[in-house]
Ligand binder design. Sequence first.
Ligand code: NAD
Length: 280
Amino acid sequence: MAQKRYGLLEGKKGIIFGPLDEKSIAWQIALAAYREGARFAISNVKVAFRLGNVEELSRLCGDAPLIACDATNSEELDQTFQEAKKHFGRLDFIVHSIGMSPNVRKRRPYEELNYDWFHKTLDVSAISLHRMIASALKQDALNDGASIVALTYIGAQRTFSTYSDMGDAKALLESIARSFGARLGKRGIRVNTVSQSPTKTTAGSGIEGFDLLYDFADKLSPLGNATAEECADYVVTLLSDLTRKVTMQNLFHDGGFSSMGISEEVLQMLYQDRKESSGK
Ligand SMILES: NC(=O)c1ccc[n+]([C@@H]2O[C@H](COP(=O)([O-])OP(=O)(O)OC[C@H]3O[C@@H](n4cnc5c(N)ncnc54)[C@H](O)[C@@H]3O)[C@@H](O)[C@H]2O)c1
């Protein structure tokens, strides 16, 4: 069924960092933002343009300009915002949907992190948000009242064993969002993070035991796991004028997971497990 259109982003211009393929959360955000009337540039690292289907996304979003940019490189970010400004003038929104940990990918136990990789995790997954906003300000690329949204995970507040150093990176990301939110409020610029359910994407599936984590979260969440499409609809509201007094928040978009202790479904699973192991 085609999603209803509300026109929430009519006239808004922005940039979306991080779509790789149709599974990506940022891909769905781009489709939803386009549906709601926004025009935007799409950015990712050069290699992602080769590995993913970003050109197809550009076509689906009215030939959205594609800008290659490594978000850990301030010069490239400066050029990216200059280029986006050439297309659209000052921007009304930025979406940061970027994450990567070599330690998680290579299954390093937390006690034995490779510190060069740890730096890389922090640089790609958290400090890139700082660089991005700092660069947008330096290039005078943001309109007053703009909205900045970054994607995060509850591993920032609670420990999920195989999420490893990404939990530390997400805690830093959420802190950077608050720190900039406090400083940009005078211009009406909002900075928030959206804490999304486990989602079957390239980044998500790189986490050891992801399928089990996904099923557990789905059974614990009263509304079930939120999909990438549902996340995109929520993000669109944060980019719109309807949420203009929401800033410095970490907003859970997780079907209720973050407020749960245990659910009937998880208890049933444990009973079943006990029955099987006692042979009854
Ligand atoms: N998938 C999940 O379970 C889940 C849950 C909560 C939050 N998130 C977050 O959502 C965001 C998007 O991830 P996703 O799950 O859609 O996976 P994804 O793999 O589709 O997206 C991650 C993107 O980050 C990009 N990226 C990596 N290094 C980069 C760099 N140096 N510069 C610019 N871009 C770079 C990748 O090319 C990729 O497009 C991430 O912040 C992730 O942590 C994911």
